[in-house]
Design a protein around this ligand. Structure first.
Ligand code: GRF
Length: 200
């Protein structure tokens, strides 16, 4: 059984895509949602599907206290893997050094281009020929860990920014669950190799 934790701060569309896809397999369990924003819509989504929520309070606690609390919960809930899905806090080297489980993130650009916030808009304004998504391992620098997967499409600026944002989110909702599932399959069957070959 792969026990999964998801970290999110906002809308939660990737959280929902991950949950819908991973829960189809009885061997996976979304055990916890960690969220640092008490007003985030992701909380409504999590409540609907009865996911345990842990709210992180970076205002009342220091980063180290928050991270120690996360580490304690990851251990007691025996979490095997973490997926960041729009989590707007940077995790420290102290935290990452103590993790002995994979931690992945999704970013709406073709990294290393357009790290940080408003990545789709940045690519749109820059008029990049190709735009897309990146799924990568997490390290202590923003959007900088080893790249696992990228998917690109041609940018057609005539479609407008809203439409382009939609296209990118559709790519995210399609591919993050696919990549996540490969990791969960590997956790559930460690004798098999981690298969990171992806075709349409
Ligand atoms: C996504 O675009 C993701 O790539 C980025 O933050 C956004 C989160 O969207 N890291 P949502 O909250 O999953 O809808």
């Amino acid at each position: 059984m792969a026990n999964i934790a998801i970290f999110a701060s906002g809308n939660g569309s990737n959280f929902e895509a991950l949950v819908k896809s991973l829960n189809q397999d009885q061997q996976n369990r979304i055990a916890i949602l960690f969220c640092n924003n008490k007003n985030a819509y992701v909380l409504e989504r999590a409540k609907k599907i009865n996911t345990r929520i842990i709210l992180l309070d970076y205002k009342k606690q220091s980063q180290k206290e928050v991270e120690n609390n996360i580490l304690k919960n990851l251990k007691t809930k025996k979490i095997d893997i973490i997926f960041l899905a729009g989590f707007m806090k940077i995790l420290s080297k102290f935290f990452l050094d103590q993790l002995n489980i994979p931690i992945l993130n999704i970013h709406p650009s073709l990294l290393p281009h357009h790290k940080g916030i408003n990545a789709i808009e940045k690519a749109f304004i820059a008029g990049d020929e190709n735009i897309g998504i990146t799924i990568h391992h997490v390290n202590e620098e923003v959007d900088s860990g080893n790249i696992i997967f990228q998917k690109s499409i041609k940018l057609d600026k005539r479609l407008g920014l809203d439409h382009i944002e939609n296209q990118i989110h559709q790519l995210e909702h399609k591919w993050y669950p696919v990549v996540a599932k490969r990791y969960c399959d590997f956790i559930n069957n460690p004798a098999n190799k981690l298969n990171l070959n992806f075709t349409e």
